[in-house]
Design a protein around this ligand. Structure first.
Ligand code: UFG
Length: 324
């Protein structure tokens, strides 16, 4: 049985990926500092090690002793706005601590490395859909920190022979049966809409209705988190190291997501138009042909309703989110 070290397995995407791996016969060890993650989000079938990747000796020990076949690296800070205020926090963790992990993988002889990268590495795209080799000019320290680590992996591949896949998620959304999205404070569109539907917020602030898009609101490529998990497992068998953009290729506006949420929940979602949020590109849509072709990735959740429905089901099961 293959053994995988999942850093950030107490977070949103890491917890779902852990669940997916366990259901597909992998043995999983979660390594998490529980800064933004939740202890109760760690699947009880996984081994849990509490630790911070900033602790270089500790992660080297874990990799030396663990006999892992692969590392999946989710542990990172991911708030664009916060990164514009405190870039040091983003470069120290998303780059510096990630280098500790890469060194630990080398020291422990771990051959495969799957990295949570992001569409934010592209900045303002020159065109959509965005392909892997389109221009990457991040417009915030968050995107830059992820792009820097993509480059680190490229060199560790050449010099140390580590196989890697950098998976650039577009807008991760939805929930599995057991795990969902619970950021504190919440800043993501779908959870905020569902909190509004559940009466936990008065209304959604819609950031800008004057973009150059058909209905004036921003367009994003919402990709279901279970589909992302599938891509991680497939990336372990990638024919070669490299980068993959992960999205449905289907752009949805904020108004379309509100409409889908109203259909799924049967509730009216009150909203008010607020000023544009700094740093929001008008459109982000993935071209994920490479993942579909080379990884044989086949996303299952292609509609807004299916994605929102899974998130709503999870919210109803866990109205307050995770207990801790
Ligand atoms: N939005 C609102 N109101 C809100 C929250 C969001 O109108 O209260 C709008 C945003 O302006 C944006 C869209 O909804 O147009 C999606 O916003 P999210 O905050 O849900 O997601 P982002 O597109 O900003 O960012 C997400 C991840 C990033 C990642 C990016 C890549 O949070 O980490 O996708 O596409 F880099």
């Amino acid at each position: 049985m293959a053994k995988v070290l999942v850093t950030g397995g107490a977070g949103y995407i890491g917890s779902v990926c852990t669940e997916y791996l366990l259901e597909h016969g992998y043995e999983v060890t979660v390594f998490d500092a529980l800064i933004t993650g939740h202890r109760s989000a760690v699947d009880p079938r996984a081994e849990f090690i509490y630790g911070d990747l900033a602790d270089r000796e500790k992660i080297i020990d874990v990799c030396r002793n663990g006999k892992f076949d692969a590392v999946m690296h989710f542990a990172a800070f991911s708030l664009v706005g916060e990164s514009m205020v405190d870039p040091s926090k983003y470069f120290r963790n998303n780059l510096g601590s990630a280098i500790n992990l890469a060194d630990a993988a080398v020291a422990g002889g771990v051959k495969n490395f799957v990295f949570s990268s992001t569409a934010a590495t592209f900045g303002q795209p020159e065109k959509v859909p965005i392909a892997e080799y389109d221009r990457q000019v991040p417009i915030n320290p968050y995107g830059e920190s992820k792009l820097c680590f993509e480059k680190v992996l490229k060199w560790y591949h050449e010099i140390h022979g580590i196989n890697y896949a950098a998976l650039r998620y577009f807008n991760a959304a939805g929930a599995s049966e057991l795990h969902g999205e619970d950021h504190r404070p919440e800043s993501h569109l779908i959870p905020i809409i569902l909190q509004t539907a559940a009466g936990k917020r008065d209304c959604l602030k819609l950031f800008g209705d004057d973009y150059d898009t058909p209905d004036g609101s921003c367009i994003r490529d919402y990709i279901h988190v279970w589909d992302l998990a599938q891509a991680h497992e497939l990336a372990l068998h990638a024919p070669e190291s490299g980068h993959y953009n992960l999205g449905t290729g289907n752009g949805l506006s904020v108004f379309e997501i509100i409409k889908a949420a109203e259909a799924v929940t049967g509730k009216k979602i009150p909203f008010e138009i607020a000023p544009r949020r700094p740093g929001d590109p008008a459109r982000l849509i993935a071209c994920s042909d490479r993942a579909r072709k080379e990884l044989k990735w086949t996303p299952q959740y292609e509609s807004a309703e299916k994605i929102v429905e899974s998130a709503w089901k999870w919210r109803q099961k866990f109205p307050e989110g995770y207990a801790d």
